[in-house]
Design a protein around this ligand. Sequence first.
Ligand SMILES: *[C@@H]1O[C@H](CO)[C@@H](O)[C@H](O)[C@H]1NC(C)=O
Ligand SMILES: *[C@@H]1O[C@H](CO)[C@@H](O)[C@H](O)[C@H]1NC(C)=O
Ligand SMILES: *[C@@H]1O[C@H](CO)[C@@H](O)[C@H](O)[C@H]1NC(C)=O
Ligand SMILES: *[C@@H]1O[C@H](CO)[C@@H](O)[C@H](O)[C@H]1NC(C)=O
Ligand SMILES: *[C@@H]1O[C@H](CO)[C@@H](O)[C@H](O)[C@H]1NC(C)=O
Ligand SMILES: *[C@@H]1O[C@H](CO)[C@@H](O)[C@H](O)[C@H]1NC(C)=O
Ligand SMILES: *[C@@H]1O[C@H](CO)[C@@H](O)[C@H](O)[C@H]1NC(C)=O
Ligand SMILES: *[C@@H]1O[C@H](CO)[C@@H](O)[C@H](O)[C@H]1NC(C)=O
Ligand SMILES: *[C@@H]1O[C@H](CO)[C@@H](O)[C@H](O)[C@H]1NC(C)=O
Ligand SMILES: *[C@@H]1O[C@H](CO)[C@@H](O)[C@H](O)[C@H]1NC(C)=O
Ligand SMILES: *[C@@H]1O[C@H](CO)[C@@H](O)[C@H](O)[C@H]1NC(C)=O
Ligand SMILES: *[C@@H]1O[C@H](CO)[C@@H](O)[C@H](O)[C@H]1NC(C)=O
Length: 804
Amino acid sequence: MDAYMVFLFLLLTLFSQLGSSASYSTMSMGSSLSVENPADILISPNGMFSAGFFQVGENAYCFAIWFTEPSPTHNLTVVWTANRDEPVNGRSSKLTLQKNGNLILTDAGKSTIWSSNTVSASLARLRLNDTGNLVLLTVKGVALWESFASPTDTLLPHQPLTRNTKLLSSRSLTNYSSGFYSLFFDNDNTLRLLYDGPEVSSIYWPDPWLLSIQAGRSTYNNSRIAKFDNLGNFSASDDFTILSSDYGAKRQRIVKMDADGNVRMYSRKQPGDTWVVTWEAVLQPCKIHGICGANSWCNYVPSFGRKCSCVPGYVIRNKNDWIYGCQPEFNLSHNNSIAARDQFDFMFIPRVEIYGFDFGIFYNYTWEKCKNFCLDLGNCTGFHFKHDSGGGGFYNCFPKMQLRNGYRSPGFDGDLYVKLPKSILSSYNVTEAEESNSICSDKLTSQLDRTYEKSNTNQSVKFMLEFASGLGALEVVCVFLVWFFLTRRNGGDQVDSDDVVTQGYLHAATGFRRFSYSELKKATRGFKEEIGRGGGGIVYKGVLSDQRIVAIKQLNGANQGEAEFLAEVSLIGKLYHMNLIEMWGYCAEGKHRLLVYEYMEHGSLAEKLSSKVLDLKTKFEIAVGTAKGLAYLHEECLEWVLHCDVKPQNILLDSNYNPKVADFGLSKLLNRSEFSNSNFSRIRGTRGYMAPEWVHNMPITSKVDVYSYGIVVLEMLTGKSAMESVHGVEGGGDTQKRMLATWVREKMNGAFADAKSPIGAEYEKGELEILVKVALQCTEEDKDARPTMSEVVQMLLHHENNLL
Ligand SMILES: *[C@@H]1O[C@H](CO)[C@@H](O)[C@H](O)[C@H]1NC(C)=O
Ligand SMILES: *[C@@H]1O[C@H](CO)[C@@H](O)[C@H](O)[C@H]1NC(C)=O
Ligand SMILES: *[C@@H]1O[C@H](CO)[C@@H](O)[C@H](O)[C@H]1NC(C)=O
Ligand SMILES: *[C@@H]1O[C@H](CO)[C@@H](O)[C@H](O)[C@H]1NC(C)=O
Ligand SMILES: *[C@@H]1O[C@H](CO)[C@@H](O)[C@H](O)[C@H]1NC(C)=O
Ligand SMILES: *[C@@H]1O[C@H](CO)[C@@H](O)[C@H](O)[C@H]1NC(C)=O
Ligand SMILES: *[C@@H]1O[C@H](CO)[C@@H](O)[C@H](O)[C@H]1NC(C)=O
Ligand SMILES: *[C@@H]1O[C@H](CO)[C@@H](O)[C@H](O)[C@H]1NC(C)=O
Ligand SMILES: *[C@@H]1O[C@H](CO)[C@@H](O)[C@H](O)[C@H]1NC(C)=O
Ligand SMILES: *[C@@H]1O[C@H](CO)[C@@H](O)[C@H](O)[C@H]1NC(C)=O
Ligand SMILES: *[C@@H]1O[C@H](CO)[C@@H](O)[C@H](O)[C@H]1NC(C)=O
Ligand SMILES: *[C@@H]1O[C@H](CO)[C@@H](O)[C@H](O)[C@H]1NC(C)=O
């Protein structure tokens, strides 16, 4: 059997080469490609790209360029289409290079659907080159027209996005016509994402409430150009630069404006592999505007993806497409009479933020006043009532004209009140107290949704078979073999491709992978070099076979089942933020449970604090970065990743002293009963950093992390460790914490009055002040008086920009 297979294999290889050499990459004047002839395809000299008619619907075709080799999940990866909004008939439609040098696409006998609008007196030819660029060249090799200059929704390496072009998403995964989302250069030279829907349009990336400069963009460079390279470096003239998570590797790559409103970079190792997300612009998919339409909100569940829900009192408009949102089951009266006003009341909806469409912001309003304001305006649909984020200690009122861009965020501390007729309100069961408590111990029900690396042998066999299957003499054998392999493949890969589908647009799959125990043993040379302890295990330094330096944590309290461990680890592995330590992989073999992290050159903040090498500027940056990392954990990723153990030992510093939060989500991996020792009781966390809620048995929310963060900042500023002086103060770290906070409160006036302070400069004094202010707010006893982590980020950044 084996010898027989080898023989067939060789034959097929031979024939596949013959087959591919029959294709051509250029087309000359006067000739055309016909939709009816499947062989009318241009193939780039390297075989990577094909151009021809691509079926987009029943008897509907577009002239397109695609990667020759399909991916197992998305069949053909189309990178460009000529007529996305006007598909042509499956009979007698043609792409013709006319004698006058114009390239035209004609629909069945009918009109010209598309044309390159070129004229050339000399001989011209159309050529699909190795980069995927379809170029109309003159005899002298001058490009008259090229597909790179009019991208649709995809960029290829070195293809520029310019002031005259944009990436426009397709309508859906299966409908290739123009959608609503675009990536483009705005008038202020900034690269942005825009939702331009049927009723409204808005910018949603970078965060629309940030100035360009706050988002790290420059508005001065007018060249307006963005492109990326084969290594995965995407950079734009507004200073926006990202590296893909697999940066450096030579891979096939694309950047695509996806139909769900996110821009992603995808890569694949080999032709025929599945495309893997290696970067994406918007980390919280619910922040993409328009996705659930009007009068609805979006909820992101890590194991499921996005979910849209109508606001109570509203019903979905088009069951097949959430873009159209929900419509009211009642009439909002545009009538200000008392009688009309009295027909309405409000329903409380916790933790839902509605972005935009305010009548205005009304500072220092009472709830009553806000409510009456909305009742008085016939067309007010509801309002937000929110603690002042500047720390003013009062509430602000945001009455809404429309309920759009809603999303449920566990970290959002404002409340939404929706205006509804009393008749509808009474029919609802108002269960307002669905507060999110005991978050840290939430049961996580999730499935593993990551694609693991697979051996590609079968893939390549399939690849050759596909080439050969059209050939006469061997056809019968081939058909048999194709059938043989495909059925085997289908049997084996069914589950896998389902996974890929659910993964669809979930989080960026980074270079995350599974390691064998022996591999890690070898990497650490038998677990020799210990670099840290705590958080349920010992950390070793190691070097992987690809020379990457890693930190490997050996968990000693993790005795969950393998499946459960995998589910949780894969969720943690999907988190990607520059201020979170990145998990590169894990090992689960027998009793061994290990986690593989990126290695941080400068160790932990704790070490640096004790050696006193950090200046105030660096400390400030560390405070901002740490806050960003925690804000991401709290708000972007849902509650299951409350850190619950924020301390200097868990804040690591890279070679530029950028902080990265470590050990998040770890509590999920450890068996609590084993985990607890003298330092840990029922409660998790570390003495000195624990919020009063732990001690007083109160509900645990993300504010516990805010508290610990505040203590860390105080510790950075004062140099006094929250841990050190715990000795002797039996009865709890909370006494000590309070002491540190109180101590600072007392010292505060004195310190700032001290003109001899070596700091001197106004700038630094300002930094010091804002840090102390933020830290003291964070360490308030009352959790409701503490800001959220994203408010902390805003306060710190706001300050920074005022000084610039
Ligand atoms: C593409 O894939 C889908 C589902 O995987 C399948 O239904 C469809 O027939 C495929 N299309 C082509 C042209 O192979
Ligand atoms: C592909 O086309 C571009 C644009 O004309 C040209 O600069 C480049 O050299 C071409 N590449 C190849 C491999 O022909
Ligand atoms: C694709 O979307 C467009 C625009 O919404 C619509 O007109 C067209 O009918 C859709 N095509 C298919 C095949 O569903
Ligand atoms: C990425 O590309 C930009 C522009 O080409 C360049 O300035 C930058 O140094 C590159 N980054 C890396 C890490 O190569
Ligand atoms: C503007 O951006 C382009 C492309 O990134 C770069 O080549 C150029 O040097 C920049 N100009 C200035 C003045 O920074
Ligand atoms: C809303 O008003 C329109 C006319 O003003 C009326 O036809 C319709 O029945 C009303 N709908 C409800 C739910 O009251
Ligand atoms: C406003 O509504 C009240 C009660 O619904 C009605 O009596 C009155 O005629 C309405 N006024 C106008 C101007 O429509
Ligand atoms: C808010 O309003 C109340 C009552 O109008 C007033 O007493 C208080 O001073 C205001 N607070 C601020 C910070 O303006
Ligand atoms: C809402 O009503 C007010 C007054 O009744 C009017 O001034 C305003 O233009 C209306 N706004 C919208 C969006 O209809
Ligand atoms: C609330 O809903 C439950 C179950 O749907 C029902 O049994 C109960 O009677 C409802 N309560 C009210 C006040 O409508
Ligand atoms: C590849 O195919 C062989 C038999 O043809 C099968 O035993 C093997 O499991 C397949 N491997 C994968 C990864 O599908
Ligand atoms: C934790 O470990 C103990 C004994 O080691 C075991 O009985 C218990 O079921 C474990 N709990 C969990 C949640 O894994």
